[in-house]
Write a protein that binds this ligand. Structure first.
Ligand SMILES: [Mn+2]
Length: 176
């Protein structure tokens, strides 16, 4: 199947979402919140999206669970698990409760790609307001390669011209 596309924290920059949608017409697309767009904006057609702390429209949900390639994916912004304070601890607890294999989250505007207890935690960074060491507006793509007793996750961060960011390419192997 086509790569999964994950973006977050676009903070009113609607054109970025339009451009990514156009670039990946066959991909499942996830937005981890803080779009600051109306929940009934037609741009959300074909995109799975949740509320961030800057989204006040009650039409958004705070969590969504989806299954792709046999993997249960939790989409949430991360502010409700206070990831700025606790890191991934509370978010990992939430993933365990929901029995999710993969968590897509945003909020911190920084890329994260790591395994905790064989669960993938992926933050695509921010496509409008990057923070931290890598000051590049970015999003991420994910390929899931299931095996008999392990799963390979290929994560590629890309800039807004859709070029891979060399220092942000990962291959992670989960023992499930
Ligand atoms: Mn934000």
């Amino acid at each position: 199947m086509a790569s999964i596309v994950i973006l977050s924290d676009t903070h009113t920059e609607r054109d970025v979402i339009t451009d990514i949608k156009a670039h990946y017409p066959k991909s499942p697309i996830f937005h981890c919140g803080d779009s600051e767009l109306p929940s009934d904006d037609p741009i959300w057609s074909g995109i799975t999206v949740v509320a961030g702390n800057c989204d006040y429209d009650p039409g958004y949900e705070t969590e969504k669970v989806t299954t792709l390639e046999g993997k249960k994916i939790l989409l949430t912004h991360g502010h409700l698990q206070a990831i700025n304070i606790y890191g991934l601890t509370d978010l990992a607890n939430r993933a365990e409760v929901l029995n999710a294999n993969i968590v897509f989250f945003g909020h911190i505007h920084r890329p994260v790609a790591e395994l905790i207890d064989n669960r993938l935690f992926l933050n695509p960074g921010s496509a409008s307001q990057p923070r931290g060491e890598i000051q590049i507006k970015m999003y991420a793509t994910l390929d899931i390669l299931p095996g008999a007793n392990h799963t390979i996750y290929r994560i590629s961060y890309k800039d807004l011209t859709h070029q891979p960011i060399p220092q942000l390419q990962y291959t992670l192997e989960a023992a499930l």
